[in-house]
Design a protein around this ligand. Structure first.
Ligand code: ZN
Ligand code: ZN
Length: 236
């Protein structure tokens, strides 16, 4: 027989869920007939191929586990996903603020906008952990995280997940955790050719707020601050 252990169900701030990924309010996602998404870069940035390939790799991490595909296009205005580096006030009401502070932000589906603060010390290639700059931020790590937002994921309370709201500077974190995979597959289904262990649909609903993040309307802000010489970046 079972013990009489009781679980308090009121006045509790704990969410008893199996998974810890979240979604935006209303769970917006790219529509059923939109599985092949295009992306383009703000032409004025004149980004190098190295920078563009960082995003290509970041997108591939999400397409590996879903039926989504991502194709680069030169038509910035027509692209589903529009990526750009901006400095200061850039017209969406959320001005960037120079080094650290806000690093990047992305909008929920189907806005498709991903903005990065052009004043950050972005590391495009090479070993970010060996950077002499305490403010060095790995571009691919941030790209993978922000793409998650573009696709409809909020923050996760699982520390190893890409969608976890904090990351240390001079750190590289680009591999999807099983929590990220479960979250994105709940939105878009699994890639039939992906044989990972995380394809089981979850009954979890998206109203948890365990990571204590704030949303600004339908936009998630990625921000960072420097703590005692080793930056702890707060992705809120
Ligand atoms: Zn912006
Ligand atoms: Zn975020």
């Amino acid at each position: 027989m079972n013990s009489g252990k009781t679980t308090p169900s009121s006045n509790s701030t704990q969410f008893h869920t199996v998974s810890h990924y979240t979604f935006f309010d209303g769970k917006p996602r790219w529509p059923e007939n939109k599985r092949d998404l295009t992306y383009a870069f703000q032409p004025e940035n004149q980004l190098s191929d190295d920078v563009k390939s960082v995003f290509t790799r970041a997108f591939a991490r999400w397409s590996t586990v879903t039926e989504l595909t991502f194709t680069m296009t030169d038509s910035y205005t027509d692209a589903d996903l529009r990526i750009g580096f901006f400095v200061g006030d850039h017209g969406d009401g959320e001005p960037f603020d120079g080094v650290l502070g806000t690093l990047a932000h992305a909008f929920s589906p189907t806005s498709g906008r991903l903005h990065l603060d052009g004043d950050e010390s972005w590391v495009v290639s090479g070993d970010v952990t060996a950077s002499s700059l305490t403010t060095a931020v790995d571009l691919e790590s941030v790209a993978v995280h922000e793409i998650g937002h573009l696709l409809g994921l909020g923050h996760s309370s699982v520390e190893d997940s890409i969608m976890y709201p904090t990351i240390s500077s001079r750190t590289r974190k680009v591999d999807l955790a099983s929590d990220d995979i479960q979250g994105i597959q709940e939105l878009y289904g699994a890639n039939p050719s992906y044989n990972g262990s995380s394809s089981t649909p979850s009954a979890q609903e998206g109203d948890t707020s365990g990571c204590g993040v704030n949303t600004l309307g339908s936009m998630w802000v990625l921000s960072g601050m420097l703590v005692s010489g080793f930056g702890l970046l707060w992705l809120s």
